[in-house]
Design a protein around this ligand. Structure first.
Ligand SMILES: Cc1ncc(COP(=O)(O)O)c(C=O)c1O
Length: 449
């Protein structure tokens, strides 16, 4: 399989440069998939290849007709930015293609260093961890360690008698998924009530834990969310840590989205340093391309206890496969390592601080213009809705309009607009445009007053 390397690289360079230049501005509308492209994407398996430049053009065209989270006015869900240095890191990493399952020389050291930098950045006293494919796998990994700690040898027996796990009613679904996959059963996952800021109520947690313990159950783990997906609420980590310490329960912090903000507003994350395990996604609010998750533990042996094993074709010393769920693993760490090297931690903190400011500004602006707003943002999500209209329809019309791309959130049965600022390219003028377009569409559509 020979490639015309220079031609392919030169052309890719042009395509990437054009895409990056476009990402500096928002586009006016999300384009539909063209009939020509639809026909191409319906072709059967090609027996013979085509010219590499033509094929690269097809790929770029398809990407350009896709939703691109990297654009500055993509404010839906929890977006990522496709940070340029991260994209280049991926090209490099995938070209060398080391396998981080086993000791891979300097690539393994890069992963270890990027882990240390991440821990330092968010302020967690990490003793071990790994890069993962994202928050879901990080949460499963951490809770597997918790299960083995609380029920030694449960990985062999499959038995976790009376295990119960706790998270707030707004925790991410990946916690449910983890508890199901680990054989604990989501019937044993307790949804702890939340307060008016949508943060876990520690008093309710304590009562639930005590009632379970008194009933002969074994409270195994509490998951505190440091930035819920729905509203960006940060659970009271210090109070959760007190309860976990008192009852000998594993404390996990799911900071997949919000934890990078601990580098800017550490006071809101107090108690993080007492957690047993932590999840943070670099592909969310640390701007690098997907997939780049991180799981960290404060006791190095915890992951090995859950994942260590011997396989006839792998050397006997401890390898990465002995502390991770995955076997073959790409060098995901390189994109974060290079991003820290090139931009420095200060730039990360400044960008995160700006995102938080955008959410606060939008919250204030919307309130001034007669929108109903949610609680003041803990992080970078703003909840806003027009009273008396169908806000779900408004979100659809905004998406169809295309000038800004936002998603909705259903909170206690009410639909809200839920812009989320995690993009490195978003500026204050994009926030202004969002406000103007939201006002305009809500009026023009006949939905508004
Ligand atoms: C708080 C939280 N945890 C976990 C996840 C899952 O992360 P991933 O999509 O990387 O698996 C998300 C995703 O949005 C999240 O917001």
């Amino acid at each position: 399989m020979k490639l015309e390397r220079e031609r392919a690289l030169d052309h890719t360079r042009d395509l990437v440069a054009a895409a990056w230049a476009e990402f500096d501005q928002a586009r006016d509308v999300e384009p539909p998939v063209s009939p020509e492209l639809l026909a191409t994407l319906d072709l059967p398996l090609p027996e013979w290849g085509i010219d590499v430049v033509a094929a690269l053009d097809e790929a770029a065209e398809a990407l350009d007709q896709s939703l691109a989270q990297a654009r500055p006015r993509y404010l839906a869900y929890i977006g990522s930015s496709g940070l340029e240095i991260g994209a280049l890191a991926d090209l490099l990493a995938h070209s060398y293609d080391p396998n981080l399952a086993l000791h891979a020389g300097a690539a393994t050291l890069i992963e270890a260093q990027a882990l240390r930098w991440t821990a330092e950045f968010v302020g967690f006293p990490m003793a071990g961890g790994s890069f993962t494919s994202g928050g879901t796998v990080s949460n499963v990994t951490a809770l597997a360690a918790a299960r083995e700690r609380v029920f030694p040898a449960s990985r062999q027996s499959g038995e976790t008698p009376g295990a119960t796990v706790y998270c707030s009613s707004d925790a991410h679904y990946s916690i449910v998924r983890a508890i199901e996959l680990l054989g604990i059963g989501s019937d044993n996952l307790r949804a702890v009530p939340i307060d008016e800021h949508r943060r876990m109520r520690p008093g309710a947690l304590a009562e639930m834990v005590e009632a379970d313990a008194a009933g002969g159950r074994t409270p195994m783990a509490v998951v505190g969310t440091a930035g819920t997906t729905l509203t960006g609420a940060i659970d009271p980590l210090d109070a959760i840590a007190d309860i976990c310490a008192e009852h000998g329960i594993w404390m996990h912090v799911d900071g997949a989205y919000g934890l990078p903000a601990a580098s800017v507003i550490p006071e809101r994350f107090r108690g993080l340093e007492r957690a047993d395990s932590v999840t943070v996604d670099a592909h969310k609010w640390m701007f690098v391309p997907k997939a780049c998750g991180v799981v960290m533990v404060r006791d190095e042996s915890a992951l090995a206890a859950a994942f260590g094993h011997e396989t006839s074709y792998i050397p006997g010393t401890r390898n990465a496969v002995d502390v991770t769920l995955e076997y073959s693993r790409p060098l995901r760490a390189l994109k974060l390592w290079l991003a820290f090297r090139v931009h420095g931690a200060k730039k990360f903190r400044e960008t995160i601080a700006r995102n938080i400011e955008f959410a606060q500004c939008l919250h204030d602006m919307a309130a001034e213009r007669g929108w109903e707003v949610g609680p003041a943002p803990d992080l970078s999500i703003t909840l806003m809705r027009k009273p008396g209209i169908d806000n779900a329809e408004l979100v659809k019309q905004l998406q169809a309009d295309g000038r800004v791309y936002i998603s909705h959130a259903v909170v206690d049965g009410e639909t809200w607009l839920r812009p989320c600022f995690t993009n490195v390219r978003t500026t204050m003028s994009d926030v202004d445009v969002l406000m103007q377009v939201a006002d305009e569409v809500s009026r023009a559509s006949g939905l508004g007053r």
